[in-house]
Design a protein around this ligand. Sequence first.
Ligand SMILES: [Ca+2]
Length: 440
Amino acid sequence: MSGGWVAAFVVVLSACFLILGACAGGNDDRESSGSASASPTAPGNSSDGGSAAATPTIIAVQGFEEVTVVSGLDQPTNFAFAPDGRIFIAGQQGDVRIVRDGVLLPTAFVELTVNSFKQRGLFGLALDPDFEANGYVYLYFTLEHDAANPSGPKMNRLIRVTADGDVAAPGSEIVLLGSVVGDPSHSFCEDFPSGSDCLPADGCCHVGGGLRFAPDGTLFVATGDGASTIELRFRSQNLDSLAGKMLRINPDGSAPADNPYFTGDPAANRSKVWAYGLREPFRFGLQPGTALPFIGDVGGLFWEEINIAYPGVNLGWPCYEGQGRHYGAEQYPICETLFLEGPDAVAPPLHTYPNPGNRAVIGGDFALTYPEPYAGAYFFGDWAQSTISYLTVDDDNNLIDVQEFATGAGGPVALKTGPDGEIYYLAWNAGELRHIRWAG
Ligand SMILES: [Ca+2]
């Protein structure tokens, strides 16, 4: 076997085991039982995953430059800008750190006890739109209910804590989603009644965790299928399960009455569903003006997707992947039924690109203040490829163009538009928050 092949294989393993589950090698999409992961590789133990930290990002477009906002971050997964200029940064191991005036404060804002096995951990962070007045910070993470079995099935949770200066006020935690706690003999959401407030993280991967507030004050929450078996993926098609969904909730965790599947009960899972049929909608951004989620849904074996989540849409997983039917889906009754409804029963991706083995799309955000054609463009990443791309749409949200923007981007794991309207991103491999600045 050639050295090049070995190197490529290592990258593939990294893409599977470090952060995101666009895996090759078969065990992600073809196994029907338990072990969605072959051999444990603790996050952070490898130095790979895309490009090394020392490799400079290459921006393909003249006029832009990259500025490092802060470095030395440990497995950063998400970030948010506070109105007072502070930046909150979440780490996979459960810590939230604050950057103030360009300096990473030595004391953590909060240190949650999380399960961080492989792709689990703290992945969601958002500040309340009224943060200046209420100090609310929202966090999405994988709960540990059985520390003796870290690789076993787990559950995720969305909480809110309240800032008191640069730390979370002790005792301020409120559970918003995922109140169901497992125990060693009840580790699956399926061990609880249908419709339970339960966010599965059965396998290594696909736990979701994107959080975004819409201008109307509602909170979008992206959840993964969390599945360790093929059968459990069908939760993504079940409106009474919180898994594999784009949820839309009020800041107190209840469902807004104008949600597409609102039942009349604001506590019902179904009432909280905005869109369904997702695999690992790890990251997304809201389109200015429409507030529609533009989701990066990390693919299984074949296709990475950017989806627009119009209210109520079925985005297909696990019956569809990319533009077509998912490998092996025909043998499952849920998919057979869906296929009989024809292709219009699902919303096709806005953009899709093939996954030959090491791809993991990272949904991004809309740049506001760059010159044309970058103003209004949606910037997104690929974690495994360490690339950043952008796409543009017309007034009807038809795709106009997709272009690669940067390579060697240090493992982008979250992209957000800053208060200045420009794009910022976390480079997971490099442990840096970076700013893509228009220098003109
Ligand atoms: Ca899809």
